[in-house]
Each structure stands twice: as C-alpha cells, then as structure tokens.
Design a protein around this ligand. Sequence first.
Ligand code: PRP
Ligand code: URA
Length: 212
Amino acid sequence: MTTKFPNFYLIDHPLIKRDVTVLRQAETSPEIFREAVKRISHIIAMEISKDLRTAEFEIETPLEKTTGYKIIDDVVLVPVLRAGLGMVNGFLEIITDAKVGHIGLQRDETTLKPVEYYYKTPKNIDSAKVILVDPMLATGGSANEALNYLKKRGAKNLIFACLVAAPEGIKKLEANHPEVNIFGAALDRELNSKGYILPGLGDAGDRTFGTL
Ligand code: PRP
Ligand code: URA
C-alpha cells in the first residue's frame, strides 16, 4: 500500500496486522516474538520477491516436455546486527538461494549515532539485488549508515525491509537514499526523546534475544 512517503510501501495484510500486535504487546515472550517476526518476514519477502526476474528453460514432466522457470537475479540479504538476524530465516525460507552478508551497527545510547563493529558481505554485491533488513527504522541513523557502507562496497540495487518505521527515519532515508524503496509492516507515529518508536515495540534486539 502506498503512503504519504513516496518511497515507503506499507504491507497491508491481515496476518501482518495480527502479528505486529503480538510484537507490540509487552508480555510477549522472546520465543513468541521471534515466531511472529519470522511470519511477518515471510510476507515481506513474498512482496519484495514479486519483482525478481525469471528465465525460461525446458523441463520434462513424467508425461512431456514443458517450460520451467528459474530466478535469474542474485539476491543478497544483509541483516543489521543484532536485531536484523531475527528476520533472516523468514526471508531465506522464501528466497531460498539468497546469500547473506552482515553489518554490525549499534546505536550509541547518548548520541543515538550508529557505530560500526562488523562488516562482511558476499563478493557479488555489486550485481545483486541487496535487501537490507532491520526490524526498526527509528531516527534512520543505522539504516542510513548501513546503506552508505553497502554503496561504498559497490551495491547498486538496494531495498530496505523493516517491521516498524517512524516518519523521522523514512524522511532521512528518502533524503539521503532517494533510489531505495522501503518496505515495512507498520508505520508508527513518532519518536520519544530517547529515539524509541511510539507506540513501537521497545528494543527489538532485546525483545528478540531476551536481553531485557
Ligand atoms: C536498533 C535497531 C536498529 C536501530 C534503529 O538496534 O535494530 O538497528 O536500533 O534505530 P535508528 O533508526 O535510530 O538508528 P540497536 O542499536 O538497539 O542495536 P541491537 O540490534 O544490537 O539491539
Ligand atoms: N531501536 C529499537 O530497537 N526500538 C526503537 O523503538 C528504536 C530503535
């Protein structure tokens, strides 16, 4: 579903609405939280993969020859550590031959600026469709930096997938990375003074890994 933000595509689906509710509820355990993240990731991956290109080839059924299809785009999935890891398995169950890179970024709790602590991506990143995944788009600092790193390493065809987005983060990415489409499961109201999304779901990394 299109929104007032030209690059932000909100995935409007009853199962996503149900599972975002599960994520938001403070009493949800890490186990149930991870399962809901995975189910939402399946639906986002289905939506994003609609654009993948296919090539025809001839196959044989037990009865006759016919046309088969294979995906010809290389896909590289790049989770932002740590919370992005929760979305990886759901994506890989849909886009099964995607490769996976990793970017380690952590928000400095006082400046809210992201600091890089790890980077590793596959070599074909320059020719691949690169899907950056991170559940939260808050100030946009982390996603903005991650996109900068990926572009510096040669990535050209980039998409960002998140679960919950704040207007502040979307505006930042639209200003700095206008060619990058953003897919999200929820568009929230605003940030609080500590950079948390409202109503949000709290700290996605802590909720995923039980480090509260
Ligand atoms: C969270 C989240 C994003 C970032 C979003 O990570 O997973 O990476 O905050 O906030 P921003 O848009 O203001 O940059 P965090 O820094 O808490 O690290 P973690 O995943 O290790 O918990
Ligand atoms: N990071 C999170 O994990 N949650 C927020 O609400 C904002 C940034």
